[in-house]
Design a protein around this ligand. Structure first.
Ligand SMILES: Cc1cc2nc3c(=O)[nH]c(=O)nc-3n(C[C@H](O)[C@H](O)[C@H](O)COP(=O)(O)O)c2cc1C
Ligand code: SF4
Ligand code: SF4
Length: 429
C-alpha cells in the first residue's frame, strides 16, 4: 500500500483529499463526519461578514441523463457568526489533530481587517489559511471575492497584509473569471503566497424556466449571475492548473479544484501539477462516503504503477503540456476501423461526412457484409469518428510515419522568416 500522505507547502495531511470551502464544510458536525469518513482535510466554509444568505440559491444542469453535470449557486459565505465557527474549528482540530483544517477567509480589502481575522483564526489552531479571492457573486459586488481576485495588484497587496501577521501557510484561492490566470497567480506569489488553489466558480446562469420565464435559480422571481462548478468545469480547471504549474514565475504548490469526483480525476490533477485537491459538488451530490472509493482507487493505482508515495505523481504530466506553437505539425494519425468490434451504426460515417473530411467509405466485404473503411490518405486524424463511436475498440487512432521531419509552428515561422531574410538580403545585396 502506497503512502497517501502529502506535504502541501509545509501543511501535512494524511491524504490529498480535502473538502473545498462550501456547504459541506459549514459546521464542526459536518467536518468531523467527513474526517470520520476518510477525508484528509477540510477548508472551512469562508469566514467573514455579513451573516446573511439568499433563498433559494442552488441550481443544476442535468445533461444527457446525467444529473448534476454542472452545478450553480448564488449563495454567500458563512451564514454563522465568526465566534461560533471558531469554537467549532477549535473543537474539531482537538478531536482530529492529524487532519488538516484550513480557514477560508474573506474580508474587505483593508489591512487591519485582514490582520484581525488572521490572528483570530490562527489562535484556534488552523493548519493554514486560504484567501477567498474567487467568489463571483454577492461579495464581489461589495469589492470582495472575485472583485479583488480580478485585480492582480489587490491580490498581491492583500496577500502581503496577511503574510505580515500569519504564522501558518497562506494559500491564495483564485477566480477563473479572468483572461490569464497566471497573471493573478504571479501577483499572489509576489505578495508572499505559500501556495495557490484553483478554481473557484465560473460566472454562469444555470437556466431559464420556459414556463414561468423565471431564471433558475430565482429569489422571489428575480435571478442573478452565479458560480458554476461540478464535472462540467473540470477541463477549464485542469487547464488553469496546468498554466500555473508550468509557469516558473508561479512556482508554488497548487491545490487543484473543479469538477473532481473520482480517483481518476484526482490522479489527473496531481499529474498536472496539483499537490493536493479539493472537492465540493461531488460531495453535495453523493455525500462524504465517495472518499472511500477515491482512497481505494488511488491506492490500487499507485500499487499498479509501482509508486511508493502519492507525491511521486505531482507534476509528472506538466512537461507534456506546452504552447500550441511547439506542437509538431508533421505528426500524423489516422482512424482505423476494427470490423470485429464495429456494430455498423454509421455514426462515424455521418460525422466524417457532415463535419470532417468525407473519408469513411461504406463498402461490402468479400462475405457480402456491409463494412466501413477509412481512406487513410484523406483522413486528417481529427478524432471525430472515434469520439462519436459508441462501440469500444471499434476505432483506433493510429500514428503513421508522415515521411517528413518534425516541425512545429514556431520552427516553421523561423524558417519562413529566415528565407524571407536571405531572399531580401540577396535581392538588396
Ligand atoms: C454552494 C457553493 C458554495 C460555495 N461557497 C464557497 C465559499 O464559501 N468559499 C469558497 O472559497 N468557495 C466556495 N465555493 C466554491 C468551491 O469551494 C469550489 O471552488 C467550486 O465549487 C469548484 O469545485 P467543485 O467543482 O468540486 O464544486 C462554493 C461552491 C458551491 C457550489
Ligand atoms: S479522424 Fe476525422 S477525418 Fe479521419 S476518418 Fe475520422 S472523422 Fe474522418
Ligand atoms: S461509429 Fe463505431 S460502431 Fe458505429 S459504424 Fe462507426 S466504427 Fe462502427
Amino acid at each position: 500500500m502506497a503512502d497517501l500522505s502529502i506535504d502541501f507547502a509545509g501543511i501535512k495531511s494524511p491524504n490529498p483529499f480535502w473538502l473545498a470551502s462550501a456547504p459541506p464544510t459549514n459546521t464542526g458536525y459536518q467536518v468531523q463526519r467527513a474526517f470520520e469518513a476518510g477525508w484528509g482535510g477540510a477548508v472551512w466554509k469562508t469566514l467573514g461578514e455579513p451573516v446573511i444568505n439568499t433563498s433559494s440559491r442552488f441550481a443544476a444542469v442535468h445533461f444527457g441523463g446525467q444529473r448534476v453535470a454542472g452545478f450553480n449557486n448564488i449563495e454567500l459565505i458563512t451564514d454563522r457568526p465568526l465566534e461560533v465557527n471558531l469554537k467549532e474549528i477549535y473543537e474539531t482540530k482537538k478531536r482530529f489533530p492529524n487532519n488538516t483544517i484550513i480557514a477560508s477567509l474573506m474580508v474587505e480589502p483593508k489591512q487591519e481587517k485582514w490582520h484581525e481575522i488572521v490572528k483570530r483564526v490562527e489562535a484556534v489552531g488552523v493548519d493554514g489559511l486560504e484567501l477567498n479571492f474567487g467568489c463571483p457573486h454577492g461579495m464581489a459586488e461589495r469589492g470582495m471575492g472575485a472583485a479583488s481576485g480580478q485585480q492582480p495588484d489587490l491580490v498581491q497587496a492583500q496577500t502581503a497584509w496577511v503574510k505580515e501577521v500569519a504564522t501558518t501557510p497562506v494559500i491564495v484561492k483564485m477566480t477563473p473569471n479572468i483572461t490569464d490566470i497566471t497573471v493573478v497567480a504571479r501577483h499572489a506569489v509576489k505578495g508572499g503566497a505559500d501556495a495557490i488553489s484553483l478554481i473557484n466558480t465560473i460566472n454562469s446562469l444555470a437556466g431559464v424556466d420556459i414556463h414561468s420565464w423565471n431564471t433558475i435559480p430565482n429569489v422571489g422571481g428575480q435571478g442573478a449571475h452565479g458560480g458554476y462548478c461540478g464535472p462540467a468545469v473540470k477541463p477549464i480547471a485542469l487547464s488553469m492548473v496546468a498554466e500555473c504549474a508550468r509557469d516558473r514565475a508561479v512556482g508554488v504548490p497548487i491545490s487543484g479544484i473543479g469538477g473532481i469526483s473520482t480517483w481518476q480525476d484526482v490522479v489527473e490533477f496531481m499529474l498536472m501539477g496539483s499537490t493536493g485537491i479539493q472537492v465540493c459538488t461531488a460531495v453535495m451530490h453523493h455525500g462524504f462516503r465517495i472518499v472511500e472509493e477515491m482512497i481505494d482507487g488511488l491506492n490500487n493505482y499507485l500499487d499498479e504503477k509501482g509508486l511508493a508515495s502519492v507525491m511521486e505523481l505531482v507534476g509528472k504530466s506538466v512537461p507534456k503540456y506546452s504552447n500550441w506553437g511547439d506542437l509538431d505539425l508533421n505528426y500524423k494519425v489516422v482512424a482505423r476501423i476494427n470490423e470485429d468490434n464495429c456494430i455498423n451504426c454509421n455514426k462515424c460515417h455521418i460525422a466524417c461526412e457532415d463535419a470532417s473530411h468525407q473519408c469513411i467509405d461504406m463498402l461490402t466485404n468479400a462475405e457480402g457484409k456491409a463494412i466501413l473503411q477509412v481512406r487513410e490518405e484523406d483522413c486528417v486524424g481529427c478524432n471525430l469518428c472515434s469520439i462519436v463511436c459508441p462501440a469500444d475498440g471499434a476505432i483506433d487512432m493510429v500514428a503513421l510515419d508522415s515521411g517528413v521531419a518534425p516541425m512545429t509552428w514556431n520552427q516553421r515561422n523561423q524558417v519562413i522568416s529566415g528565407l524571407n531574410g536571405s531572399y531580401s538580403e540577396a535581392e538588396v545585396g
